[in-house]
Design a protein around this ligand. Structure first.
Ligand SMILES: [Fe+2]
Length: 154
């Protein structure tokens, strides 16, 4: 399967003068006791980081390109666990193995499955294929949680 056509966003929220005060490209997802989640969004595309200023001079000096593979930034937190800030990437991205900041780890890459069955698309009111992927975030307990005495019946 080839990767889906990406959605090209050329600005971060804080760079885009057309964004309202509350940015549209950020989401806060609240989950229940089990931690399950579902997020519907567009598939992002790869992009070049800004090449002007000191970053551009550094890239030129070391002979690096400015491309980043498509990704989502994610920050996950829960009471009793250490917060996790990471990025999620997509299998098939042309820059996955040559990220200019070398931040891709195999465990952060999601495989997307294409869904193009006409009856399913019609049932969902869609006029083009959609993709699904799964990623399980695993949080480490805080030291207080690790050191806490076990509770419950003996
Ligand atoms: Fe980014």
């Amino acid at each position: 399967m080839s990767p889906p056509d990406p959605c090209w966003l050329s600005w971060y929220d804080h760079e885009d003068p057309s964004q309202p005060e509350v940015p549209l490209r950020l989401a806060r997802v609240l989950v229940g006791e089990g931690g399950g989640y579902e997020l519907r969004t567009v598939v992002p595309g790869p992009y070049e980081i800004p090449k002007h200023g000191p970053v551009g001079r550094l890239l030129t000096a070391v002979g690096r390109h400015a491309w980043r593979p498509a990704h989502f930034h994610v920050k996950v937190s829960a009471d009793g666990f250490q917060p996790l800030t990471t990025m999620i990437y997509f299998e098939g991205d042309p820059w996955l193995h040559d990220d200019t900041i070398s931040s891709v780890k195999p465990g952060l890459v999601v495989r997307l499955a294409e869904h193009d069955q006409p009856d399913r698309l019609q049932a969902l009111g869609l006029d083009r294929p959609f993709y699904t992927g799964a990623f399980d975030f695993v949080l480490k307990p805080t030291a207080a949680e690790v050191d806490a005495p076990a509770t419950g019946a003996a």
